[in-house]
Design a protein around this ligand. Structure first.
Ligand code: ADP
Length: 513
């Protein structure tokens, strides 16, 4: 169904470049210090772009402010797929993809499930197919379908252009935003959501890269600022190790939306719960995809010894790296030509200095400075295992590769902070909620800035779906709100928590179980 080989190569290449975001035609420099718009959207990732496009389509004037000089946020580098059920493609091709199975996948048993709100998941599942159709109607090529890992549920949509689903989506959303004349003001950082003396949302205060203060008068605000996986200072409050960990995210993921919402007293959930990516090449800050491990890659420590089940879940691998202390010294991901061909299709020259390549194991050991006898023993361990369900000493049972196709490769890896599933609680209309679950009128949020969908960890390829589904809902409802309530609504009756200038979210997160 899918040419994974070509796809992976391009996805990996893409991962190298994407963190710089992209220059977009719709992006422009903000010349004035004050402007009026019906709906102001903060953030230019998949959630913000979807919100702005829908707000405009539903009759509201709209603009986006983006704090980075480039657009697309982390969304543009999302390598996975777009999970959806009930789409036209699934119907036309007669593909099995049950909404129930998709829904239940969000409630998989975990030690700490966190906040997973059934009404949000229900909305996400119900709108996912329509969101996919919307993107494809716009010109996106999310037409390659695969089953969700380990299931026969055909709900994972990939780009037919062999680029990451995130890049495919952002490309089309940007094109649409440009067609719709939606301005995207780059290098403009929103700092505060402004409410008047009656608690009505009246806009935002922002600041330009050169320090110029900006006032945006708006009748509704959509917060789509993403997560905080690049906010080392915030992360360090939860665990000093988190603060030191490198990030796979774009530099815009610093939790600004949460800080602004927290200052208002909105309900935040599951803050401080994080997800790691265990194999990032620190040299180019690129993710080495999970599939390298799943197809037989081996992880070794600075002594050339295995230390973990390489096919375990990413967080578990990162946990072992930290708790065993192996992360303090160089760690390597070892794979062979067969895996390279199958997964990455990469040439070792793809990024000189990142991959070590050798035609025999001894040379590889010398190159990465690990004892040859240890490396040989580790590989022998893999080779002795059979793909018959037998479990090895680390609990690994999948041995698709024997690591015996030369040349062999090694890449120095580190774990990185990858995803922050918690965030502000919204209702199924994408309205920001107070701790008493009352909607704040005129204030919407969508995408990774929100919590309540993934609990303490994301369950699959749902981040893009979540961003587009709730981005659209936020945009449509914001436009509707502006039309119905041109003077806003008094929010004074709401039970906000007292304003806390020291990020109250450290204290009032996780209240809901
Ligand atoms: P999502 O997937 O939820 O859309 P992304 O990470 O893709 O999230 O996009 C979020 C975008 O919001 C990033 O481009 C980031 O730079 C931008 N952003 C974050 N904080 C601010 C802020 N204070 N003002 C403007 N843009 C912001």
């Amino acid at each position: 169904m899918i040419n994974l080989k070509g796809k992976m190569l391009l996805q990996v290449l893409l991962a190298v470049f994407v963190f710089a975001g992209v220059e977009a035609d719709a992006a422009q420099e903000l010349k004035q210090t004050k402007f009026n718009v019906d709906v102001i959207v903060i953030g230019s990732g998949a959630a913000g772009l979807s919100a702005a496009i829908e707000a405009k389509a539903h009759g509201a004037s709209t603009a986006i402010v983006e704090k980075l000089p480039t657009v697309g946020g982390n969304s543009i580098s999302a390598l996975g797929s777009f999970a959806a059920v009930g789409s036209r493609i699934q119907k036309e091709r007669g593909l099995h993809a049950s909404p129930e199975a998709f829904y239940l996948s969000f409630f998989r048993h975990e030690e700490r499930p966190g906040t997973v709100r059934p009404e949000l998941v229900k909305r996400l599942v119900a709108e996912s197919g329509r969101a996919l159709d919307w993107l494809n109607d716009m010109g996106a090529g999310l037409t390659e379908v695969a089953p969700a890992f380990g299931t026969n549920e055909y709900r994972e949509f990939y780009s037919n252009e062999s680029i990451g689903a995130g890049a495919e989506i952002v490309k089309e959303l940007l094109r649409q935003a440009e067609n719709d004349d939606i301005p995207i003001f780059t290098s403009v950082r929103a700092e505060e959501i402004v409410l008047d003396s009656r608690g009505r949302v009246t806009g935002i205060n922002a600041v330009k890269g050169d320090g110029t203060e900006i006032e945006v008068n708006a009748r509704a605000v959509v917060i789509a600022t993403g997560g905080y996986a690049a906010a080392h200072d915030i992360l360090a409050r939860f665990n000093p190790v988190f603060g030191e960990t490198m990030t796979s995210n774009c530099p815009g993921s610093t939790g600004d939306g949460l800080i602004m919402l927290d200052a208002l007293g909105a309900q935040l959930v599951d803050i401080g719960k994080v997800q790691f990516h265990p194999t990032i090449s620190p040299i180019i800050n690129s993710m080495i995809p999970e599939s390298v491990r799943n197809l037989g890659g081996m992880l070794v420590d600075s002594e050339g010894r295995r230390f973990v089940n390489e096919t375990a879940d990413s967080d578990e691998i990162a946990r072992v790296m930290y708790t065993s202390g192996v992360y303090k010294k160089p760690m390597f991901l070892i794979f062979d030509r067969k895996i390279a061909d199958e997964v990455l299709g990469l040439e070792p020259t793809f990024n000189a200095g990142t991959y070590f390549t050798a035609n025999d194991l001894e040379s590889l050991a010398r190159l990465i400075k690990v004892p040859y006898k240890n490396l040989r023993r580790s590989i022998a361990e893999i080779q002795n295992n059979k793909a018959d369900g037998t479990v090895d000493g680390f609990g690994r049972s999948s041995f698709e590769s024997n690591l015996n196709h030369y040349p062999v490769f090694a890449v120095k890896i580190r774990p990185a902070m990858h995803y922050t599933p918690g965030g502000v609680l919204i209702d199924d209309q994408a309205r920001v909620l107070t701790p008493f679950h009352e909607p704040v009128y005129g204030l919407y949020a969508a995408g990774e800035v929100t919590g309540g969908i993934n609990g303490s960890r994301r369950k699959g390829n749902t981040s893009l779906t979540e961003a587009v589904v709730f981005g659209r809902i936020a945009g449509i409802n914001a436009a509707d709100f502006v039309e119905k309530h041109p003077d806003g609504i008094d929010n004074l009756e709401l039970n906000f928590l007292p304003k806390n200038e020291n990020f109250g979210f450290l204290s009032h997160s996780d209240v809901e179980r």
